[in-house]
Design a protein around this ligand. Structure first.
Ligand SMILES: Cc1cc2nc3c(=O)[nH]c(=O)nc-3n(C[C@H](O)[C@H](O)[C@H](O)COP(=O)(O)OP(=O)(O)OC[C@H]3O[C@@H](n4cnc5c(N)ncnc54)[C@H](O)[C@@H]3O)c2cc1C
Length: 476
């Protein structure tokens, strides 16, 4: 046992190694915020864990000294849980080995800090692909399994956390546990979409599936949201639909300003408004040189216009957002605040909800590179107690993804927070990767519903000293 001084930086250097521990000053500004940039916080110390043993050492030290720990990967979440105010920020990004891809079992076993992009590259070379991917592949397995990980294939395969088969976890008490649907199931149910509240995921075995080398992609445009949704019901018929991904957007045709009753927070009596159109992007997997009858493929769909069709390699399709991300980086938008909010809306009310939201939401509040995305999805492909969904067969995952200047971030975040509240009033469930508006135990309890007692008990069992990201979930 090494001698500890109770000077956290020195002690953690003893425990891990000097090159794995940084003061807040050494770590720099990047470690003071997440993707939202809504809050800045200065950690006491940043530790870069490279192994399960490192994580155990940090968690045990935190329990002995009662210093809180926030797990952090690339901090692409927007809920302020991957930052720390005076505690230990536990960086998982150097735990990044892909241990095995088993082509027979269709699984991959990886360290939690592996980014999906790296797994995608290796898997595609073997004709395999993770069933669900998020738009941004530069996020980690541990990070998305801890929030859910939703994508354009969620209607078919659930969330990324649903594709986890087995996880190695260092609990908040410092114990190493392997969990799955058949082993330590209570922990498995808590850490998937568990926001890092019960343990640090150190390894994950996730599903893969076989895939064809290319996708044929259809760009359709709808004027009528109701019609798009009707068509999506058929597109989500898992037995008969050939499509592997479904993605929709709310696209503003900007009209200028119109007078409004009370005036915006920005202090004027007018608001920008738009006529909204609804692009729908569908992909079907194809072999090289496969001939596809597009008319047959799109038969029955009542879109306004079929704008474009193209064939993309799987890799290019999975990285389809990269050109936009590059543009955001070149234009400075990548560095701006991103008050993002995602909500899962019951199907039968989603058309009315989206239309009313668009009517009230000033499109310029999204910023030039912001967008409103929606993914029609099913609820029976997901089974995660920590990721509650409305109790309807179909749902819409709606993301309001604003990129805004620093001076406007509070106003826009407030506006988006109002949409969040409105969505919950009509029976939606928030996806908690984005900004969180809950302040009271009642609000958390209401979000999690029947699962709440298991959450409180699980916290007591697996993080009895409440060292993991304190202040995020209000337990009492
Ligand atoms: C441009 C962009 C596009 C995005 N698109 C999508 C999308 O399409 N779908 C979607 O679902 N999300 C999307 N997101 C959100 C992002 O995928 C999630 O927030 C994801 O969790 C971030 O992963 P990360 O590796 O950066 O984790 P972080 O943001 O660092 O961490 C996420 C959460 O998990 C905890 N955590 C991290 N690692 C661990 C671990 N090993 N064990 C336990 N807890 C841990 C953190 O404390 C935090 O609560 C997008 C984000 C960006 C910036």
């Amino acid at each position: 046992m090494k001698t500890l001084t109770k000077n956290p930086v020195e002690d953690l250097k003893h425990l891990l190694g000097p090159d794995q521990v940084m003061t807040a000053e050494e770590a720099g500004k990047a470690y003071t915020h997440d993707w939202s940039k809504l809050r800045y916080a200065t950690p006491l110390v940043v530790v870069k864990c490279r192994s399960t043993e490192d994580v155990v050492a940090v968690i045990q030290y935190a329990n002995e000294t009662n210093i809180p720990v926030n797990p952090r990967a690339h901090a692409h979440s927007q809920n302020n849980s991957a930052i720390s105010d005076g505690g230990i920020l536990l960086d998982t990004t150097e735990m990044n080995t892909i241990h095995e891809i088993d082509a027979d079992a269709l699984t991959a076993t990886c360290d939690a800090g592996v980014v999906w992009q790296d797994l995608v590259q290796k898997a595609l070379a073997m004709g395999l692909v993770p069933p669900v991917l998020t738009t941004n592949l530069g996020v980690t397995l541990g990070g998305t399994i801890s929030v859910g990980g939703l994508g354009v294939a969620t209607f078919r395969y659930g969330s990324q956390a649903d594709t986890a088969i087995e996880l190695e976890v260092v609990t908040g008490a410092g114990d190493v546990k392997v969990c799955s649907a058949t082993q330590n199931k209570d922990l498995f149910d808590l850490v998937r979409a568990g926001l890092g509240q019960f343990g640090i995921i150190t390894k994950a075995t996730v599903k893969l599936r076989t895939c064809k080398p290319n996708v044929r992609k259809y760009y359709l445009l709808y004027e009528d949201l109701g019609q798009l949704m009707k068509d999506c019901e058929a597109l989500m018929d898992l037995e008969n639909s050939p499509f592997t991904t479904i993605e929709a957007l709310c696209s503003p045709s900007m009209q200028g300003t119109k007078k409004i009753g009370e005036g915006l927070e920005l202090g004027v009596g007018v608001q920008f408004f738009a006529y909204w159109l609804f692009p729908l992007h569908l992909t079907v997997e194809v072999d090289d040189d496969e001939v596809v009858d597009d008319d047959a493929m799109l038969a029955g769909l009542k879109f306004h216009k079929h704008l474009h069709t193209e064939v993309l390699s799987q890799n290019d399709n999975l990285n389809r957002a990269q050109p936009k991300f590059d543009l955001m980086k070149r234009s400075g938008a990548w560095e701006q605040p991103h008050p993002w909010m995602d909500t899962i809306v019951p199907w039968n009310i989603s058309q009315v909800f989206i239309e009313q939201m668009l009517e009230a939401f000033p499109p310029n509040a999204l910023g030039p590179l912001g967008q409103i995305l929606f993914w029609p999805s099913r609820t029976d492909t997901s089974n995660l107690p920590m990721l509650p969904t409305p109790s309807s067969e179909f749902v819409v995952g709606l993301g309001i993804l604003a990129t805004v200047p620093e001076f406007a971030k509070e106003v826009i975040a407030k506006r988006i927070g109002q949409v969040s509240k409105f969505s919950e009033q009509i029976g939606s469930k928030r996806y908690l990767s984005g900004i969180i508006t809950y302040e009271t135990t009642e609000e958390w309890q209401s979000h999690y519903g029947d699962v709440w007692p298991a959450i409180v008990e699980g916290k007591q069992t697996y993080d009895p000293n409440r060292i993991l990201s304190p202040g995020l979930i209000q337990y009492e």
